[in-house]
Design a protein around this ligand. Structure first.
Ligand code: AP5
Ligand code: MG
Length: 211
Protein backbone atom coordinates (compact mmCIF):
# COMPACT_ATOMS: atom_id res chain seq x y z
CA UNK A 1 0.00 0.00 0.00
CA UNK A 2 1.37 3.39 -1.03
CA UNK A 3 -0.93 5.90 0.57
CA UNK A 4 -1.10 9.67 0.87
CA UNK A 5 -3.06 11.25 3.71
CA UNK A 6 -4.16 14.71 2.65
CA UNK A 7 -6.08 16.65 5.28
CA UNK A 8 -6.16 19.86 7.26
CA UNK A 9 -3.88 20.50 10.23
CA UNK A 10 -5.30 18.65 13.21
CA UNK A 11 -7.67 16.52 11.14
CA UNK A 12 -6.04 13.37 12.50
CA UNK A 13 -3.44 12.51 9.83
CA UNK A 14 -0.80 11.50 12.36
CA UNK A 15 -3.30 9.66 14.60
CA UNK A 16 -4.74 7.59 11.74
CA UNK A 17 -1.32 7.09 10.10
CA UNK A 18 0.00 5.56 13.34
CA UNK A 19 -2.86 3.01 13.34
CA UNK A 20 -2.66 2.28 9.59
CA UNK A 21 1.11 1.89 9.78
CA UNK A 22 0.64 -0.94 12.33
CA UNK A 23 -2.25 -2.45 10.33
CA UNK A 24 -0.34 -2.58 7.01
CA UNK A 25 3.14 -2.93 8.56
CA UNK A 26 4.53 -0.05 6.52
CA UNK A 27 6.31 3.13 7.68
CA UNK A 28 4.73 6.54 7.99
CA UNK A 29 6.71 9.36 6.43
CA UNK A 30 5.57 12.49 8.28
CA UNK A 31 7.21 15.54 6.74
CA UNK A 32 6.24 17.62 9.79
CA UNK A 33 7.99 15.13 12.10
CA UNK A 34 11.11 15.12 9.89
CA UNK A 35 11.22 18.93 10.01
CA UNK A 36 10.66 19.13 13.79
CA UNK A 37 13.46 16.59 14.36
CA UNK A 38 15.79 18.67 12.20
CA UNK A 39 14.82 21.83 14.08
CA UNK A 40 15.57 20.19 17.43
CA UNK A 41 18.91 18.85 16.12
CA UNK A 42 19.86 22.26 14.68
CA UNK A 43 20.59 20.97 11.15
CA UNK A 44 20.69 23.11 8.00
CA UNK A 45 17.21 21.82 7.04
CA UNK A 46 16.00 22.63 10.55
CA UNK A 47 17.29 26.17 10.20
CA UNK A 48 15.34 26.65 6.94
CA UNK A 49 12.18 25.00 8.35
CA UNK A 50 12.27 27.10 11.52
CA UNK A 51 11.77 30.26 9.42
CA UNK A 52 8.37 29.02 8.19
CA UNK A 53 6.90 26.42 10.52
CA UNK A 54 6.06 28.57 13.53
CA UNK A 55 4.39 31.16 11.29
CA UNK A 56 2.11 28.46 9.85
CA UNK A 57 3.68 28.82 6.38
CA UNK A 58 4.91 26.09 4.04
CA UNK A 59 8.58 25.29 3.56
CA UNK A 60 9.62 25.94 -0.11
CA UNK A 61 8.70 23.18 -2.57
CA UNK A 62 12.25 22.47 -3.80
CA UNK A 63 13.42 21.80 -0.23
CA UNK A 64 10.48 19.48 0.59
CA UNK A 65 10.62 17.57 -2.70
CA UNK A 66 14.30 16.74 -2.11
CA UNK A 67 13.62 15.62 1.50
CA UNK A 68 10.81 13.25 0.44
CA UNK A 69 12.57 11.89 -2.65
CA UNK A 70 15.56 10.94 -0.51
CA UNK A 71 13.39 9.41 2.24
CA UNK A 72 11.39 7.25 -0.21
CA UNK A 73 14.63 5.69 -1.49
CA UNK A 74 15.30 4.14 1.94
CA UNK A 75 14.84 0.37 2.12
CA UNK A 76 11.92 0.38 4.60
CA UNK A 77 9.72 2.01 1.93
CA UNK A 78 10.06 -0.77 -0.61
CA UNK A 79 6.84 -2.58 0.44
CA UNK A 80 4.81 0.57 0.82
CA UNK A 81 4.49 3.71 2.92
CA UNK A 82 2.07 6.30 4.23
CA UNK A 83 2.85 9.89 3.32
CA UNK A 84 1.55 12.17 6.09
CA UNK A 85 1.87 15.82 5.09
CA UNK A 86 3.22 15.48 1.56
CA UNK A 87 2.33 16.62 -1.05
CA UNK A 88 0.93 19.93 0.14
CA UNK A 89 1.04 21.97 -3.07
CA UNK A 90 0.32 21.26 -6.73
CA UNK A 91 4.08 21.56 -7.45
CA UNK A 92 4.82 18.83 -4.86
CA UNK A 93 2.07 16.57 -6.28
CA UNK A 94 3.43 17.02 -9.80
CA UNK A 95 6.96 16.20 -8.63
CA UNK A 96 5.69 12.99 -7.00
CA UNK A 97 3.74 12.08 -10.13
CA UNK A 98 6.84 12.70 -12.28
CA UNK A 99 8.90 10.42 -10.02
CA UNK A 100 6.75 7.52 -11.34
CA UNK A 101 6.08 6.14 -7.86
CA UNK A 102 2.65 4.56 -8.19
CA UNK A 103 0.41 5.81 -5.39
CA UNK A 104 -2.57 3.51 -4.65
CA UNK A 105 -4.82 6.05 -2.98
CA UNK A 106 -5.09 9.51 -1.50
CA UNK A 107 -7.12 9.61 1.70
CA UNK A 108 -8.71 12.79 2.94
CA UNK A 109 -10.27 13.14 6.39
CA UNK A 110 -12.93 15.84 6.53
CA UNK A 111 -13.13 17.80 9.79
CA UNK A 112 -14.70 21.27 10.22
CA UNK A 113 -12.32 24.11 11.16
CA UNK A 114 -14.06 24.75 14.53
CA UNK A 115 -13.41 21.14 15.57
CA UNK A 116 -9.78 21.40 14.47
CA UNK A 117 -9.22 24.47 16.65
CA UNK A 118 -10.63 22.55 19.64
CA UNK A 119 -8.48 19.49 18.91
CA UNK A 120 -5.21 21.36 18.47
CA UNK A 121 -5.91 23.30 21.67
CA UNK A 122 -5.69 20.00 23.60
CA UNK A 123 -3.01 18.13 21.68
CA UNK A 124 0.10 16.74 23.34
CA UNK A 125 3.00 15.20 21.45
CA UNK A 126 5.82 12.96 22.63
CA UNK A 127 9.14 14.79 22.34
CA UNK A 128 10.90 11.45 21.86
CA UNK A 129 8.81 9.27 19.48
CA UNK A 130 6.25 11.77 18.13
CA UNK A 131 3.15 9.84 19.30
CA UNK A 132 0.10 12.06 19.54
CA UNK A 133 -2.32 12.43 22.46
CA UNK A 134 -5.19 14.68 23.41
CA UNK A 135 -6.01 15.98 26.89
CA UNK A 136 -9.64 14.78 26.52
CA UNK A 137 -9.93 12.47 23.51
CA UNK A 138 -6.77 10.41 23.89
CA UNK A 139 -5.33 10.99 27.30
CA UNK A 140 -2.07 9.19 28.18
CA UNK A 141 -2.22 6.60 30.98
CA UNK A 142 0.13 8.75 33.12
CA UNK A 143 -0.18 12.53 32.82
CA UNK A 144 2.66 14.04 30.77
CA UNK A 145 4.23 10.68 29.89
CA UNK A 146 4.10 8.82 26.54
CA UNK A 147 2.40 5.38 26.76
CA UNK A 148 4.64 4.04 23.97
CA UNK A 149 8.13 5.07 25.05
CA UNK A 150 7.92 6.91 28.39
CA UNK A 151 9.00 10.17 26.70
CA UNK A 152 7.88 13.62 27.89
CA UNK A 153 4.65 14.99 26.38
CA UNK A 154 4.64 18.61 25.20
CA UNK A 155 2.45 21.11 23.39
CA UNK A 156 3.74 21.73 19.86
CA UNK A 157 5.15 25.22 19.26
CA UNK A 158 2.87 25.70 16.22
CA UNK A 159 -0.32 24.88 18.19
CA UNK A 160 -0.62 28.45 19.51
CA UNK A 161 -4.12 29.75 18.51
CA UNK A 162 -2.75 32.46 16.14
CA UNK A 163 -0.47 29.94 14.38
CA UNK A 164 -3.32 27.41 14.06
CA UNK A 165 -5.40 30.11 12.32
CA UNK A 166 -2.54 30.74 9.88
CA UNK A 167 -2.00 27.00 9.25
CA UNK A 168 -5.69 26.56 8.43
CA UNK A 169 -5.58 29.50 6.00
CA UNK A 170 -2.46 28.03 4.34
CA UNK A 171 -4.21 24.65 4.07
CA UNK A 172 -7.35 26.05 2.42
CA UNK A 173 -5.34 28.18 0.00
CA UNK A 174 -2.45 25.90 -1.01
CA UNK A 175 -3.26 22.29 -0.06
CA UNK A 176 -7.02 21.85 -0.42
CA UNK A 177 -6.85 22.28 -4.25
CA UNK A 178 -5.01 18.93 -4.27
CA UNK A 179 -8.32 17.18 -3.54
CA UNK A 180 -9.46 18.10 -7.06
CA UNK A 181 -6.04 17.19 -8.48
CA UNK A 182 -6.43 13.63 -7.12
CA UNK A 183 -10.21 13.37 -7.65
CA UNK A 184 -9.57 14.10 -11.34
CA UNK A 185 -7.22 11.08 -11.33
CA UNK A 186 -9.84 8.95 -9.51
CA UNK A 187 -7.46 8.48 -6.58
CA UNK A 188 -9.28 10.41 -3.83
CA UNK A 189 -10.97 8.49 -0.98
CA UNK A 190 -12.99 10.48 1.53
CA UNK A 191 -13.45 9.66 5.23
CA UNK A 192 -15.44 11.83 7.63
CA UNK A 193 -13.63 12.60 10.86
CA UNK A 194 -15.77 11.49 13.81
CA UNK A 195 -15.80 12.46 17.48
CA UNK A 196 -14.06 9.25 18.47
CA UNK A 197 -10.68 8.20 17.05
CA UNK A 198 -11.85 4.55 16.63
CA UNK A 199 -14.97 5.68 14.71
CA UNK A 200 -12.76 7.71 12.37
CA UNK A 201 -10.53 4.66 11.85
CA UNK A 202 -13.62 2.63 10.86
CA UNK A 203 -14.50 5.36 8.32
CA UNK A 204 -10.92 5.33 7.02
CA UNK A 205 -10.88 1.53 6.58
CA UNK A 206 -14.24 1.72 4.77
CA UNK A 207 -12.92 4.44 2.43
CA UNK A 208 -9.78 2.41 1.68
CA UNK A 209 -11.75 -0.73 0.87
CA UNK A 210 -12.58 0.95 -2.42
CA UNK A 211 -8.88 0.65 -3.40
P1 AP5 B 1 2.56 18.70 10.13
O1 AP5 B 1 3.34 18.16 11.26
O2 AP5 B 1 2.20 17.81 9.01
O3 AP5 B 1 1.29 19.42 10.73
P2 AP5 B 1 -0.19 19.63 10.19
O4 AP5 B 1 -0.47 19.28 8.79
O5 AP5 B 1 -0.52 21.02 10.58
O6 AP5 B 1 -0.99 18.53 10.92
P3 AP5 B 1 -0.90 18.17 12.42
O7 AP5 B 1 0.26 17.27 12.67
O8 AP5 B 1 -1.03 19.40 13.26
O9 AP5 B 1 -2.29 17.40 12.62
P4 AP5 B 1 -2.69 15.92 12.23
O10 AP5 B 1 -3.62 15.96 11.06
O11 AP5 B 1 -1.51 15.01 12.17
O12 AP5 B 1 -3.60 15.60 13.50
P5 AP5 B 1 -3.28 14.70 14.79
O13 AP5 B 1 -3.36 13.26 14.42
O14 AP5 B 1 -2.09 15.19 15.51
O15 AP5 B 1 3.35 19.94 9.50
C1 AP5 B 1 3.82 20.98 10.34
C2 AP5 B 1 4.41 22.09 9.51
O16 AP5 B 1 5.55 21.60 8.74
C3 AP5 B 1 3.49 22.71 8.44
O17 AP5 B 1 2.65 23.70 9.00
C4 AP5 B 1 4.53 23.28 7.46
O18 AP5 B 1 5.07 24.48 7.94
C5 AP5 B 1 5.64 22.23 7.47
N1 AP5 B 1 5.48 21.20 6.43
C6 AP5 B 1 5.20 19.87 6.63
N2 AP5 B 1 5.09 19.23 5.46
C7 AP5 B 1 5.31 20.15 4.48
C8 AP5 B 1 5.30 20.11 3.06
N3 AP5 B 1 5.03 18.95 2.41
N4 AP5 B 1 5.53 21.25 2.38
C9 AP5 B 1 5.80 22.39 3.03
N5 AP5 B 1 5.81 22.53 4.37
C10 AP5 B 1 5.56 21.41 5.10
O19 AP5 B 1 -4.60 15.03 15.65
C11 AP5 B 1 -4.77 16.32 16.24
C12 AP5 B 1 -5.32 16.17 17.67
O20 AP5 B 1 -6.65 15.69 17.62
C13 AP5 B 1 -4.54 15.18 18.55
O21 AP5 B 1 -4.51 15.67 19.86
C14 AP5 B 1 -5.37 13.87 18.46
O22 AP5 B 1 -5.22 13.08 19.64
C15 AP5 B 1 -6.78 14.43 18.31
N6 AP5 B 1 -7.63 13.61 17.47
C16 AP5 B 1 -7.31 13.02 16.29
N7 AP5 B 1 -8.37 12.37 15.76
C17 AP5 B 1 -9.42 12.60 16.63
C18 AP5 B 1 -10.80 12.22 16.63
N8 AP5 B 1 -11.34 11.49 15.67
N9 AP5 B 1 -11.54 12.64 17.65
C19 AP5 B 1 -11.03 13.39 18.66
N10 AP5 B 1 -9.73 13.77 18.72
C20 AP5 B 1 -8.94 13.39 17.70
MG1 MG C 1 0.57 15.30 12.31
Amino acid sequence: MKLIILAAPGAGKGTQAELLSKHFNIPTISTGAILRKNISEGTELGEIAGKYINDGKLIPDDVMIKVVEERLLESDCKNGFILDGFPRTIAQAEALENSHIKIDAVLTIEVPDEKIIERLGGRLECKNCGSTYHKLYRAPKTEGVCDNCGGKLETRADDKPETVKERLATYHEQTEPLKKFYADRNMLRVAHGREEIADTTAEVIKALQQC
